[in-house]
Write a protein that binds this ligand. Structure first.
Ligand code: KIV
Ligand code: ZN
Length: 514
């Protein structure tokens, strides 16, 4: 049997630190459920002391997720650790992750602490975490720019204090693969009690080497890899989970190890995370980009048709890409549709949701001859990953042209009533957004807007992603339609619903606290 590599997913913690990404409790629990299906070993659910919202999300994940270890991050400060434990104590397998920086640069300018103070803090706080929680992970932040002799001392002391996992972060993505491999080997050879802990690594992608560095660490004794779906994370992100996992699987003879990831869930997980975070996956992204299994040149197509291995080192099926043999259209009945939804992995939807999705499918089938799996997945995701629809875009009408000012009239459903408002704008989308703001009475800053087609051809669906900002909080949402003004309006109103829900929930939480 080959060595097992533990997959520690930090999409919900470091991944959430991606610029312009903000996840609410429901988003996080939805992603955590999918990570459980993907069979990750560890989910870093958040940083409970960072905010009330993060605390509640970690607690909800701890209460609802059964199989993976659930981790809460904490600075090397007792109040962070107590807070992490409060959120984690309901988990079947809890772990507290304590970190403190060990590089001269961070100790001097960020912590303003002497090395001996940092060493003492690390020991005291790991001991405190261990007194609360059976599993403790310790990270010397900015490890790769730390003095190795000092790092060895801190790691040894943290293990003596009770750390079960020692995570070595390349916090600023500065290492190169051979250097990082040697760094891990140095830790193995110079920390006398290292055999009592699991070595983990956490690589950032500032120079595009996070995955290569993580793999080099495996070759030198690391048994846990911290990574994030689609490579999300602070700045340029973390090592991409899907790339690490498929590299290990495809080159298992070379690495002599394996993971327990259900790789057939990779595409679904990637799509879900992209949908919820609003972070688009580039077409040529390894493993999960739409081009990852597309063969464009005639020579390649010919080769693959004769023998798949000529140009494919892994099968599309192994990451969960299925070629549909059923084509659905306007004559497809409810039974065939429901059967197909199950084949796509969407079981257990409530009958209300199923009715709504089937209705939307029929509307779409009226406009398009054939409805593809991509179309259906897009409809389903937009229907199921919503907060309650406080405001609903019922109708709209735009008038636009290159020689006139665009105007838009919208009818918004709210509380059983219809509110009608009109506005001018710089183009039909802007006019529609302004009319929606007037009708809902909620003014926001539009932080991001992009549009992409789902499927191909002139009847492809337009999928619009909108990010709105209010008081430094960002809310992201999507809308799909064959009409891009409608897709834009739906995305905008969905984002407003998220905002409304977040503020409303905050009020409820606050009033419950008094
Ligand atoms: O990049 C980093 O150093 C981190 C630590 C908290 C592990 O995210
Ligand atoms: Zn990080």
């Amino acid at each position: 049997m080959t060595n097992k590599i533990y997959i520690f997913d930090t999409t919900l913690r470091d991944g959430e630190q991606t610029p312009k990404v903000s996840l609410n409790k429901n988003d996080k629990v939805t992603i955590a459920r999918q990570l459980e299906k993907l069979n990750v070993d560890v989910i870093e659910a958040g940083f409970p002391a960072a905010s009330n919202g993060d605390f509640e999300a970690v607690k909800a994940i701890a209460e609802n997720i059964q199989n993976p270890v659930i981790v809460g991050l904490a600075r090397a400060v007792n109040k962070d650790i107590s807070c992490a434990w409060e959120a984690l104590k309901y988990a079947k397998k809890p772990r507290i992750h304590v970190f403190i920086a060990t590089s001269d640069l961070h100790m001097k300018y960020k912590l303003k602490m002497e090395p001996e103070e940092v060493l003492k803090k690390a020991v005291d706080t790991v001991k405190y975490a261990k007194s609360l929680c059976p599993s403790v992970e310790f990270s010397p932040e900015d490890a790769t720019r730390s003095n190795p002799e000092f790092l060895y001392k801190v790691v040894e002391a943290a293990i003596d204090a009770g750390a079960d996992i020692i995570n070595i972060p390349d916090t600023v993505g500065y290492s190169t693969p051979s250097q990082f491999g040697a760094f891990i080997k140095g830790i193995k050879n110079n920390v006398p009690n290292i055999d009592r802990a699991i070595i983990s690594v956490h690589c950032h992608d500032d120079l595009g080497m996070a995955v290569a560095n993580s793999l080099a660490a495996i070759e030198n004794g690391a048994a846990q890899i911290e990574c994030a779906v689609n490579g999300l994370g602070e700045r340029a992100g973390n090592a991409a989970l899907e790339e690490i996992v498929m590299a290990i699987k495809t080159r298992s003879n070379y690495f002599n190890c394996h993971t327990d990831i259900v790789t057939e869930e990779i595409i679904k997980t990637s799509g879900l995370v992209s949908h919820i975070t609003g972070v688009h996956v580039q077409s040529n992204k390894a493993v999960v980009g739409v081009n990852a299994f597309a063969h464009e040149s005639g020579i390649h197509q010919h080769g693959v048709l004769n023998c798949r291995e000529t140009y494919e080192i892994m099968t599309p099926e192994s990451v969960g890409l299925k070629k549909s043999i059923i084509v659905l259209g306007k004559h497809s009945g409810r039974h065939a549709f429901l059967q197909h939804l199950m084949e796509l992995g969407y079981e257990g939807l409530s009958s209300d949701k199923t009715d709504e999705i089937f209705k939307k499918f029929k509307d779409l089938a009226d406009k398009k001859k054939q409805v593809s799996d991509e179309d259906i997945e897009s409809l389903v995701k937009n229907e199921i990953f919503h907060v309650p629809e406080v405001f609903k875009l019922e109708n709209y009408q735009v008038s636009t042209g290159n020689a006139v000012m665009s105007t838009s009239t919208v009818e918004i459903g709210y509380n059983g009533k219809i509110i009608r408002e009109a506005s001018c704008g710089d183009g039909p989308v802007d006019a529609t957004f302004k009319a929606i703001e007037k009708a809902t009475g909620i003014k926001v800053v539009l932080d991001d807007y992009f549009i992409k087609s789902v499927g191909s051809g002139k009847d492809a669906l337009g999928e619009v992603t909108v990010k709105i900002k209010k008081e430094d909080r960002i809310f992201s949402s999507k809308g799909v339609s064959t009409d891009i003004i409608e897709a834009s309006g739906i995305a905008f109103i969905n984002a407003i619903n998220k905002l409304y829900y977040a503020y409303h929930m905050d009020c409820l939480e606050k009033s419950a606290a008094y």
